[in-house]
Design a protein around this ligand. Structure first.
Ligand SMILES: Nc1ncnc2c1ncn2[C@@H]1O[C@H](COP(=O)(O)OP(=O)(O)OP(=O)(O)O)[C@@H](O)[C@H]1O
Length: 620
């Protein structure tokens, strides 16, 4: 039994702040399919979120089987399924892969055969078994809704919350999905709540909840609905609601709930009600009450015998359902949620699959990987002989030798400037790659992640897999950049340390952009902020123009390219370019060790913030 007791939700603390839900008292028995209806913005989705534990009620509480969820903790992820309004599957995975990865992420301990049998059964149940190998991106709207339901069925939840699962579908697809939800409610011993705008399938629902501006205007059998609101056609319901104040509907329902609510259904045989319900408007309170009292009495005497038989049959069926449910649960619940390590490897394998299937992203990565180092080399071509062999041999008389020394110093200045510029160029390009790697990584799939987190995926497993996936990209990008550029240009100094510096710069920007990605609401926002961050790397590094001291004191710690550039130049400390590079830039270089420490701090802080960003909920 799901029970809402005096549930209210207010946006702020002030008395006149918007009230999204007001003193809701609703009970749903097991094996129940209920519709949540109401005009747009009346609080239907908010109600589902409160039940799901995604939003805390300001007052009142939600209880499941007598357990107060606000005091004794939310339901376990496997107990509850939530189908949100947005798509929760990756376009590039097939139907089978989507359900398979969700099952693996949510339920542990199944053998390969058991998993396959379970997958086949679920896909059959939702009618997707014929198109199991089709990619999500080519599914129709109705098929996507079926898939969303399939993803929730993997853990056989006791409570399934569906937020506008039928909206935007053509009438045939809408019919099919509504029937499917009905079957899901009947087949398992579960409660299915469906938020909907559609009044087309009222006969399918065991009960209908009508909300009006956060107030409960009705919760009872569908066949009493029109009578209660004194309307004849479904389309008259919402205009009818608008004729009274939300509080009046609330009060009216308080008065009539015993006559019209689910309690009334228990007493009044459905056929009698359907047959005899005449137009008794809700406002004619006394007449309405008497009418229903008469109906209840008649129904009790007429159907006493058949009601007893019916109750017996229902009891038997419920026991059989319970047994079947228990058997499924033995397999699905008790093994528990997979460990963080298993979730990590499932998520990582899935990410690589999507990465290699996303042709656009793959080509872009390859273009950056090979194109950027080539670009650096092109800029180095003119100065290559000097970089490779800076030592000239002087000849001639003293005057000529002095002129040669002067010319060599000028050359050295130019070469030093070129080398410093090439180092900064590499650093900035790697910063750009870092931002391209990570900016969309979390924000671009935030709602899918929120959904998976709700279903039991740990933020630690999620951030760890992102770190490893992006780490591989960083190693490939920085490793190849360092190797290729050094091979052609032949920088002096320790090549390995230079490669490490480049890896750390890329990793620092990748981690920081991942953190931004976890904090931003949309992928576009995250990309924009990350691009600004990269754009400021060059001017604020001090490599081109020396910064005012006061400014550099505040900005330098955050500018990874300064530390990368500085650290790289320090590897050439013993070469003849060093002084030239230092003189050209006029910016004080940091010690090599310090550069590594600061870059490492960027990486660690970036990942830490990404973790905290992922822990925070971002459903809105
Ligand atoms: N975090 C929030 N801040 C401000 N207003 C909010 C917030 N969450 C919900 N609301 C407001 O609460 C009201 C109810 O929103 P909700 O999404 O529950 O409505 P709904 O009945 O599901 O609407 P629809 O049928 O259009 O999806 C709306 O007016 C919405 O703007």
């Amino acid at each position: 039994m799901l029970e809402l007791k005096e549930v209210s939700l207010q946006l702020g603390n002030a008395p006149d702040d918007q009230l999204l839900l007001s003193e809701l008292n609703i009970r749903f028995p097991k094996k129940h399919f209920a519709a949540v209806l109401g005009p747009s913005g009346c609080g239907k989705s908010t109600l589902l979120k409160v039940i799901a534990g995604l939003r805390e009620p300001t007052l009142g509480h939600v209880a499941w089987d007598g357990r107060d969820l606000s005091e004794e903790g939310d339901m376990d992820p496997h107990e509850i399924g939530y189908v949100p309004q947005f798509s929760i599957a990756y376009d590039l995975l097939t139907v089978w892969e989507s359900v398979d990865s969700t099952l693996s992420l949510r339920v542990s301990g199944l053998s390969r055969d058991e998993r396959e049998a379970r997958l086949e059964q679920i896909l059959k149940e939702v009618g997707l078994d014929e198109i199991a190998d089709r990619q999500v991106r080519v599914l129709s709207g109705g098929q996507k809704r079926r898939l969303a339901l399939a993803l929730e069925l993997v853990s056989a939840p006791h409570l399934l919350l569906c937020d506008e699962v039928t909206s935007g579908l053509d009438p045939k697809a809408e019919d099919e999905i509504a029937h499917l939800m009905h079957e899901i409610a009947q087949g398992g011993n579960r409660i299915v709540l469906s938020v909907t705008h559609s009044l087309r399938h009222l006969a399918l629902y065991d009960s209908v909840v009508v909300l009006y501006q956060g107030h409960l205007a009705y919760h009872g059998p569908a066949n009493h609905l029109f009578h209660y609101f004194d309307v004849e056609k479904p389309e008259e319901l919402f205009p009818r609601l608008a004729q009274r104040k939300p509080m009046d509907w609330h009060r009216s329902w308080q008065k009539h709930r015993v006559s019209y609510g689910l309690e009334a259904q228990e007493n009044v045989a459905e056929e009698v009600a359907l047959e005899e319900v005449s137009s008794v408007p809700a406002q004619d309170e006394n007449e309405g009450e008497e009418h229903y009292a008469r109906l209840r009495k008649k129904a009790r005497f007429d159907d006493e015998e058949s009601a007893a038989e019916k109750a017996e049959a229902e009891k038997e069926k419920a026991a059989a359902d319970e047994k079947r449910e228990l058997e499924t649960r033995k397999k699905l619940d008790y093994p528990g949620t997979p460990s963080a390590m298993s979730q990590f490897s499932i998520l990582l394998a899935r990410r690589w699959k999507i990465f290699f299937r996303d042709r656009g992203q793959l080509w872009l990565q390859l273009a950056l990987l090979f194109g950027f180092p080539l670009l650096v080399v092109v800029f180095a071509l003119d100065g290559l002989p000097q970089i490779k062999n800076p030592n000239g041999v002087f000849s001639g008389n003293l005057y000529e030798q002095a002129a040669q020394t002067m010319a060599q110093k000028l050359d050295m200045m130019k070469t030093g400037s070129l080398v410093s510029g090439l180092i900064m160029f590499q650093v900035v390009l790697l910063a750009l790659m870092g931002s391209n790697n990570a900016a969309r990584e979390i924000a671009g799939e935030r709602l899918i992640f929120e959904k998976e987190k709700f279903a039991g995926v740990r933020p630690s497993a999620y951030v760890a897999y992102k770190a490893v996936f992006l780490g591989v990209l960083v190693l490939a990008q920085s490793g190849w950049m360092a190797f290729f550029v050094n091979y052609v240009v032949q920088f002096k100094g320790d090549a390995f340390t230079q490669m490490m510096v480049l890896i750390f710069v890329n990793a620092a920007l990748t981690a920081v952009c991942l953190a931004l990605s976890s904090l931003m609401k949309t992928a576009e926002q995250a990309s924009l902020v990350s691009i600004y961050l990269v754009g400021f790397q060059l001017p604020l590094s001090g490599a081109v123009l020396a910064l005012p001291k006061a400014l550099s004191f505040f900005t330098q710690p955050f500018i990874a390219s300064y530390w990368g550039w500085s650290g790289f130049i320090q590897t050439m400390h013993d070469t003849r370019f060093y002084d030239a590079m230092v003189n050209v830039s006029q910016t004080k270089l940091a010690a090599a060790d310090l550069c590594f420490w600061v870059l490492m701090t960027h990486v660690v802080l970036g990942l830490l913030i990404a973790y905290m960003g992922c822990k925070n909920s971002q459903w809105e």
